[in-house]
Design a protein around this ligand. Structure first.
Ligand code: NAD
Length: 335
């Protein structure tokens, strides 16, 4: 089994090579991301292994199939970057890693909340300059605050539990309420009450046609004055321009992002010597109450181990022709 691993970083290579000692797949690592232009690199490979910002559109998938590829192994949970209809049409099997770091992502969302609230990133710099003044560092207690959670799947569930540990009231919205969350006292409400009642809103649902720009101008209008908005899910769930308007009007008091709708051109690379072309992102960076990380919520050693082991286990299942629990159903087919 020959596997082309796209968008490879040194840490991917380290964990994949370590895990491959149990499988002995033939691996080739490419720094390039996979899209319709780079798909030719995969000619002759049985499988491609891809990440969140690779673009597996119909054109790319047609080229992969023509080059002999049969398996698309996503080393992430979200699959919004794969045209599943086109993959099915070409007989390509698409597998993913549905849960590799629910704790890591939920904990990172909490890190953004604590950082924005207590301004530890600013305090760090101040203290290094021997500036011990407290002006501008005023925070608030999380205890007794109301936290609204959009999506209570694996990550949302862990996030709810952590916030309950802080003594927060947790409200949630999810078309499929989570039994463990219900049992622990999470209150499910509709979208509007969630927006109106939450001091902190945290997004943990997938990006789908229904959730695209779920947080737009109208949603921002409904939020509490000074709300804290956190997104560690997918950038396009937020309409960034509407959120910038909310920051300028002071409706949004804090914004914590690990994802950004146009992140594919920015994240995972050191572009510190380049001119930033994205004016919307540049505007976000000007706010003192915005904290952005570059899609690192998943980035723990436990997650990278799970990603590598689950990816290889998925591919091994398909190679042996046995049922793979992480195979994505064809569109229209129930999972
Ligand atoms: P999951 O599938 O376990 O849970 C997603 C939940 O969202 C489900 O309960 C689903 O019913 C709910 N949902 C679907 N549509 C909704 C809607 N319109 N409104 C409210 N809820 C809705 O997924 P997960 O493992 O918890 O991951 C959630 C998301 O986090 C992923 O889709 C991915 O985009 C993102 N993620 C980000 C990182 C990162 O590093 N930043 C890492 C992993 C996952």
């Amino acid at each position: 089994m020959k596997i082309a691993v796209f968008a490879t970083k040194s840490y991917d290579r380290m964990f994949f090579e370590r895990e491959n000692q149990a499988y002995h797949f033939e691996l080739e690592f490419f720094q390039a991301g996979l899209d319709s232009v780079t798909a030719s690199l995969a000619i002759g490979f049985d499988a491609v292994c891809v990440f969140v910002n690779d673009e597996l559109d119909a054109d790319c998938l047609a080229k992969l199939a023509a080059g002999g590829t049969r398996i698309v192994a996503l080393r992430c949970a979200g699959f919004n970057n794969v045209d599943l209809q086109a993959a099915a049409g070409h007989g390509l099997s698409v597998v993913r890693v549905p849960a590799y770091s629910p704790y890591g992502v939920a904990e990172h969302a909490v890190a953004l909340i604590l950082g924005l609230n207590r301004k530890t990133h600013k305090a760090y710099n101040r203290v290094r300059e021997r500036n011990f003044a407290l002006e501008g560092l005023l925070g608030f207690n999380l205890h007794s605050k109301t936290v609204g959670v959009i999506g209570t799947g694996k990550i949302g569930e862990v996030f709810c539990r952590i916030m309950q540990g802080f003594g927060c009231r947790v409200l949630a919205m999810d078309p499929c309420p989570n039994k463990a969350c219900l049992a622990s006292g999470v209150e499910y409400v509709g979208f509007e009450p969630l927006l109106e009642k939450s001091d902190i809103l945290s997004i943990h649902c997938p990006l789908t046609p229904e959730t695209f720009h779920l947080i737009g101008g109208e949603a921002v209008e409904r939020m509490k004055q000074g709300v804290m908005l956190i997104n560690t899910s997918r950038g396009a769930i937020i309409d960034t321009v509407a959120v910038i308007k909310g920051l300028k009007s002071r409706k949004i008091g804090y914004l914590g992002l690990d994802v950004y709708e146009e992140e594919a051109d920015l994240f995972f690379e050191d572009i510190s010597d380049k001119i930033l072309e994205d004016d919307v992102f540049a505007r976000l960076l000007t706010f003192p109450n915005v904290l952005i990380t570059g899609h690192q919520a998943f980035f723990t050693s436990e997650a990278l181990e799970n990603i590598a082991s689950t990816t290889f286990a998925n591919i091994a299942c398909l190679e042996k022709g046995v049922a793979c629990p992480n195979l994505l159903p064809h569109p229209g087919q129930s999972s």
